[in-house]
Write a protein that binds this ligand. Structure first.
Ligand code: WTA
Length: 648
């Protein structure tokens, strides 16, 4: 497995710095054993710290693969993120500090955020939204995205956030699969000084979404800027956010909801061409996000906390919105790119707001490393006390750089492993307790039973990462497809949750994640499916067949290489690769643009017709070819190798 050799050699250990350890939220190493002895009591102790309108009668009801947590309990996530804080000094505390890419600043206190959420929740009701209805949010990184999520949660509507980088077609598929009645979007978003035309994409998507009745448009850009020409509004369908909320009361009681009420859908890429709507429910998501934020990010009352993830991904759901607000934290939110107007924008923000906790992705860290130490060097980063990493394996070199240059060798680094499906962090250090090893996500969070198994499902030193027992924030299914849920996650190793990641466990029981073992690709921390990109390519009139693979990349973990066979009469004209790349961008979004297109007369297949991706990977990486004996027609590979893949 890739990366394994380097990881095996990594033996540096970083114990928690003494001042950090002494002040940490969790200092008792006995917690691991206590939680393992009684997992349910462990999770229950966190649930009890939150508000329930009605207590649960049973902590867990579990019959593989269906879990119900806090059975019979009634709560409301929006209430716990907002109302619960209003009776204390937190009511005047900043909940959200926002900075737009052009530099505007906004602060919303808990009281103000509560008011805005109530207004929008009333607006949703005016538009006819009821408990259980789905709402798609296609928004920039503005407070209104969090407000819309919290408003949905308040009335029991289900939000489905679609990342703003997805194309109109991808948005359309997600709206239709979720049968959303309402779309909330914006006139645009700032990114590297230009406007991302969200409403334009939304309009295109809406040409094929019969279920959508209304569209609420938040004015982010406005008609007066040079790039924002104003957006067309369709009479009877489109209405402005500001008009809708202006006429609403700022009081809206949070609805008591059964713990298993669907909270959100989040579409993610799997091993087929069709993205899956991951289902999460109320009580479990709430408890899991609350607990992990409190212990892993060691949130303190006075902290300024910044997670750079876009809310369009799960990290933004759990660790920009729900986890920190449940903890009454001050969350910093930034709209734009890290290199606008210059490559020190993040460090400028950290200095300006005195950020204490900073959570980002390895791709970003490797990019900053490449940009050089001068950029962070220009700024005072001494406010930082804890760093986090998520989304991909972090290589020890990047870890060490992050620790030294950004953290001044004083901040613990929490490398957190989890997935859209798990809902919250599963494997991570506890920063006041855990001795860190660069490149390892260290240990399972207390109450989480992670393990590594071999092909037969037996506990092993290296193999596949599995989770042995249910946890509160786990997915409850794939929207509309219970069979696929069972098959993909629970049947590979019967009764165990199959994560799809390769993993190694060292002598101390630390986990070393080794990347995906299926057809899911991580590119710059974004999750894509090779099949989805293949379907996008095959959708082009010139393409007969395609196979997409990830080729290891120094910065973004993988680059996308597409092998393509053309239809009989088509010639590979000079402009065709660019045309095919543009076609993928149109079908999915620029995040899926192939880096390389390789034309081939045929794809290497086994005698049973399966594409041999391993061979394609070898060719793309210019490696000597492995075993080709199972190949149906060896001359195919020979031809490809001669054309593209001779080892250098
Ligand atoms: C990968 C992102 C190594 C992994 C929260 C997983 C990681 C996939 C780590 C889920 C980490 C996430 N170390 N790999 N700390 N965190 N991954 O659904 O392959 O976008 O299966 O959720 O990201 O990606 P997703």
């Amino acid at each position: 497995m890739k990366g394994m050799d380097i990881l095996l050699k990594e033996d540096r250990v970083f114990p928690p710095p003494e001042p950090f350890r002494r002040a940490a939220n969790i200092q008792d190493p006995g917690i691991y054993e206590a939680a393992a002895r009684d997992r349910l009591a462990f999770w229950e102790s966190f649930a009890r710290q939150l508000h329930w309108f009605r207590p649960w009668s049973q902590v867990l009801d579990w019959k593989v693969p269906d879990a119900r947590w806090f059975v019979g309990g009634e709560t409301n996530l929006s209430f716990n993120c907002l109302d619960r804080h209003l009776g204390s000094a937190r009511r005047t505390k900043a909940a959200i500090l926002w900075e737009g890419e052009p530099g505007e600043e906004r602060t919303l206190t808990y009281t103000q955020l509560h008011r805005e959420v109530c207004r929008f929740a009333n607006g949703l009701k005016e538009l006819g939204l009821r408990k259980g209805d789905r709402v798609t949010l296609y928004m920039p990184m503005v407070p209104e995205l969090a407000i819309a999520m919290l408003a949905c949660a308040r009335i029991g509507a289900v939000h489905s956030v679609v990342f703003g980088g997805f194309s109109a077609e991808a948005l359309r598929d997600r709206i239709n699969d979720s049968q959303s009645k309402l779309l909330v979007t914006a006139d645009g978003s700032w990114r590297r000084g230009t406007v991302v035309p969200l409403k334009k994409s939304a309009d295109e998507a809406l040409e094929g979404t019969p279920g959508v009745e209304k569209v609420v448009v938040f004015r982010r850009i406005g008609p007066s800027t040079s790039s924002g020409q104003g957006v067309p509004m369709k009479p009877g369908r489109d209405l402005w956010w500001h008009d809708l909320v202006a006429r609403q009361s700022d009081r809206c009681e949070a609805e008591p909801l059964d713990s298993e009420t669907m909270l959100y859908l989040l579409y993610t890429s799997g091993t087929t061409g069709k993205p899956k709507g991951i289902v999460h429910t109320t009580g479990g998501t709430m408890t899991g996000c609350y607990a992990t934020t409190k212990w892993i990010f060691d949130i303190k009352e006075e902290d300024i906390y910044w997670c750079t993830a876009d809310i369009g991904w799960v990290t933004g759901h759990s660790y920009v919105v729900y986890g920190p607000l449940l903890n009454g934290a001050t969350v910093l939110m930034y709209e734009g790119a890290p290199d606008h107007p210059a490559k020190d924008r993040f460090w400028e923000i950290i200095e300006k707001y005195r950020v204490n906790i900073f959570y980002t992705a390895p791709t970003a860290i490797r990019t900053f490393m490449k940009w050089g130490d001068d950029h962070p060097g220009k700024h005072d980063l001494s406010s930082l006390r804890l760093l986090g990493s998520v989304g991909e394996p972090i290589n020890p070199e990047a870890w060490i750089w992050y620790h030294r240059v950004i953290g001044g060798a004083r901040c613990p680094v929490v490398d957190t492993w989890w997935q859209t499906e798990t809902g919250h962090i599963m494997i991570s250090p506890l920063p006041g307790l855990t001795d860190l090893k660069p490149g390892s996500a260290t240990r399972a969070f207390p109450g989480i039973e992670a393990d590594v198994v071999d092909d037969q499902g037996k506990s092993a030193e290296a193999g596949y990462l599995v989770i042995r027992s249910p946890w509160p924030g786990m997915m409850r299914g794939i929207y509309g497809d219970p069979e696929r849920y069972k098959k993909q996650y629970w049947e590979r190793f019967p009764g165990l949750y199959f994560a799809g990641d390769g993993c190694r466990k060292d002598a101390q029981g630390y986990f070393w994640l080794l990347g995906r073992v299926d057809d899911v690709l991580k590119v710059s921390g974004h999750r894509l499916s090779t099949m989805e990109i293949e379907s996008a390519l095959v959708d082009h009139p010139s393409v007969a067949e395609s196979a997409v693979i990830g080729k290891p990349h120094d910065i973004k973990e993988n680059s996308i290489v597409a092998f393509v066979t053309l239809k009989g009469s088509v010639q590979a004209a000079a402009g065709l690769p660019d045309e095919l790349k543009a076609h993928v961008v149109k079908k999915i979004g620029s995040l899926a643009r192939p880096d390389e297109i390789i034309f081939t007369a045929e794809l290497p297949k086994t005698r049973s017709g399966k594409i041999m991706r391993r061979l394609l990977r070898d060719i793309a990486e210019g490696k000597a070819l492995g075993d080709t004996t199972t190949l149906a027609d060896a001359s195919v590979v020979q031809a490809l190798k001669e054309k593209y893949g001779e080892p250098e």
